[in-house]
Design a protein around this ligand. Structure first.
Ligand code: DQA
Length: 146
């Protein structure tokens, strides 16, 4: 069965408590359950992880080699700062999709720049928890094309 790795960065463990006006009232667990429900229907396996540490994200991307067909990544604030995450994506060569709950382009200027977008297949931003389901769909379509 094809496997997709969802990676979540810092502060996403606080979803529902954290700025609900921006990020909504769903917990990350709610989103994970929804993604896994849709993945099961599409007969793909999803591994869903979160860490506040940049190094964990880099290690997970590196270790995804030979196990996962696609990465779906909400690197949260590291999106805007992390050359290490960008380099890890480029190094492993697994197709990656960048996702965000909020529309980063409608927010502060420092969120307009992504260090990783150029090494991703595409970017999904602004659809709340639905961004994750769109990320799943995009991942499945990449698998079906390969
Ligand atoms: C975010 C957007 C980032 O700018 C922010 O730092 C986050 C969450 C989003 O999902 O909208 O932590 O990635």
């Amino acid at each position: 069965m094809n496997k997709i790795l969802f990676i979540n960065g810092p502060n996403l463990n606080l979803l529902s408590l954290r700025e609900p006006n921006v990020y909504g009232s769903h917990t990350l667990k709610d989103i994970e359950l929804k993604v896994k429900e849709q993945a099961a229907l599409a007969q793909v396996t999803v591994d869903f992880r979160q860490s506040n540490s940049e190094g964990d994200l880099v290690t997970w991307i590196q270790n995804a080699r030979n196990e996962f067909q696609v990465l779906v990544i909400n690197a949260a604030a590291y999106t805007h700062t992390s050359i290490a995450i960008r380099d890890a994506i480029a190094a492993v060569g697994i197709p990656a999709i960048e996702i965000h709950l909020s529309n980063v382009h409608a927010r502060e200027e420092f969120r307009h720049r992504s260090m990783m977008a150029a090494v991703c297949k595409g970017v999904i931003s602004g659809f709340g928890p639905h961004s994750y389901l769109l990320g799943l769909q995009a991942a499945i379509s990449l698998i079906n094309k390969s």
